[in-house]
Design a protein. Structure first.
Lengths: 381, 153
């Protein structure tokens, strides 16, 4: 923990009765904060009595910047929201634009979007599992998970030339069709990935130390998960069966046969394990999508170079690796969005931290924060 | 449940909310008076809207439009609730009591638009530092670092 210099805005240590309440700053720059999150922790001995996240260190004003750009120029901005899952923000934004402008997307483009987003889900979950494991000292898991992630990032690089900020999903379609042999690479990855997941399951979730660090820590009840607006693996770890791909289905997802893994205890262990099982399901979806995909156009025909949708407002959302990611767009009929709002799942999930961390040890705070899987590009926007 | 069924269900349970219902871009929209937001939200929660997905605002030329997006798992439906507040001294009731999800989201709207949520337990800036001046997502926000991009047409 970085108990760094005392800042002006930090509450002073309080002396209550004979016990001293210590106020410690965790972050804003600390490996276990997964970005730049500062948590002001009130401690009674080693027990957390209050944990308050302080966010905004990565606030770039993307929503304001979007008001000053044309609809197409906003797509690269959405890459910078969730920088370990750029495809999702691209897609959510494009869906909102398409809804607003009434664009019909060709079927092949929808399949390609589904494929890259499921690959992105695996990559993002590998990042989450690996770094959360590294926080608890399980460096082996970190190496295994990042090895898997690297293969996906390489495939994305082959597809669109970028490793992190893809700018791949565009209004009306996708930017490139797949290179020759790319689908075979992806299918081979899926085959090998299942074996790797089995290994990781034994290695990490079967490990007695990892289990003790995660079981019964940061328990979130299903009622709280719903009331606090949690989504994604955080909600599903508590047994809330809510996945937009199934329950508010979009694009080509109704054509795929897949399950939604849910946990039952709502602790860090269940949240992490749900992520692992989702990777198996993503592999299933990718294989079905590649089998069903047929040749055809990848961009909507007759797309104007400068979009100026009719006035109105539209919202669309997709299931990202972190939960329901929505984009709300308001058009005034001009070439720039009048207002863009990103409904960030990481922001809503992080709001749960004070609730989950209270009463746990300081070292558990790191595990809880890791299990919420916040990405600060998306939290702060 | 599709939008027509949702409308019928809403009208059967709360006839006074019925005339406020409309459909925009495939979403059911309920335009309520800002004074009656709290009451309407109570009714909608009783109806089965257990999730508050999003709270945001739009700076329209003469007023702020607050946008709430509700979801219901039992009905598998979504509903948008909109209400408008004055640009001068904007105030509206907080929905934190009904959905704790509003805790941070209302703080963000306060941070960016300066809308005061009455009854919010902890209304402070969230993304910007406490000493920040102005509300950046207002259309009349001025900042020397903001440069209007040229029109390309």
């Amino acid at each position: 923990m970085t108990a760094d210099i005392v800042r002006d805005d930090m509450p002073p240590s309080e002396i209550a009765g004979d016990e001293e309440q210590l106020v410690v700053n965790v972050g804003p720059s600390h490996p276990s904060t997964h970005g730049v999150c500062r948590v002001v922790v009130h401690l009674d001995g080693e027990t957390v009595t209050k944990a308050e996240p302080v966010i905004g260190y990565l606030h770039r004003g993307i929503e304001k910047m979007a008001e000053n750009r044309t609809y197409l120029q906003v797509v690269p901005l959405t890459d910078r929201l969730d920088y370990v899952g750029s495809m999702y923000a691209n897609w959510a934004y494009c869906r909102a634009v398409e809804r607003l402008a009434g664009i019909r997307v060709p079927e092949r483009a929808e399949y390609l979007r589904a494929i890259v987003c499921e690959m992105q889900r695996i990559a993002s979950h590998m990042m989450s599992l690996g770094s959360a494991a590294a926080d608890t000292g399980a460096a082996t898991m970190f190496i295994y998970a990042f090895d898997e992630r690297e293969r996906i990032v390489e495939a994305f690089e082959e597809l669109c030339g970028a490793r992190l900020t893809y700018n791949y999903v565009r209004p009306g379609g996708v930017s490139f069709d797949v290179p020759e042999g790319w689908t075979d690479t992806v299918l081979e990855f899926c085959r090998n990935h299942r074996t790797a997941l089995d290994t990781m399951d034994r290695l990490y979730f079967g490990n007695v130390i990892a289990r003790q660090r995660m079981k019964g820590i940061g328990v979130l009840s299903a009622e709280d998960a719903v009331a606090w607006g949690a989504s994604g693996p955080v909600a599903r770890g508590s047994g809330v069966n809510w996945d937009l791909r199934k329950h508010d289905t979009y694009s080509v997802y109704p054509r795929f046969d897949f399950d939604v893994p849910t946990g039952s205890n709502g602790d860090c262990y269940d949240r992490a394990r749900v992520r692992l099982f989702e990777c198996y399901e993503s592999c299933r979806i990718i294989e079905q999508a590649i089998a069903q995909m047929e040749p055809g156009p990848i961009k909507a025909s007759g797309m104007p170079r400068l979009l100026a949708p009719r006035p109105g407002d539209a919202y669309d959302h997709i299931e990202s690796a972190r939960g329901s990611l929505g984009v709300y767009l308001v058009s005034d009929g001009s070439v720039r969005p009048y207002r863009m709002k990103v409904r960030s799942p990481a922001f809503c999930n992080l709001a749960l931290l004070p609730l989950l961390a209270e009463g746990h040890m300081l070292s558990d705070l790191v595990v809880i924060l890791g299990s919420l899987d916040p990405v600060f590009g998306e939290v702060d926007r | 449940m599709n939008i027509t069924e949702l409308r019928e269900h809403l009208c059967a349970t709360y006839p006074d909310l019925c005339p406020l219902f409309s459909i925009e871009f495939g979403d059911g929209v309920l335009a309520v008076d800002s004074e009656r937001l709290s009451e309407a939200a109570h009714n909608l929660k009783d109806l089965g809207f257990d999730r508050l997905g999003m709270v945001t605002a739009v700076d329209r030329p003469t007023r702020f439009e607050l946008v709430y997006r509700l979801h219901s798992r039992s009905m598998s439906a979504a509903l948008v609730v909109k209400c408008t507040v004055e640009r001068e001294d904007p105030r509206v009731a907080s929905l934190v009591d009904l959905w704790p999800a509003a805790l941070w989201q209302e703080r963000e709207v306060y941070d960016m638009f300066g809308v005061v949520f009455e009854g919010h337990p902890d209304l402070r800036r969230i993304l910007l530092p406490e000493e920040w001046e102005g509300y950046p997502l207002r259309k009349d926000y001025q900042d020397k670092t903001l440069i209007r991009r040229p029109d390309y047409i």
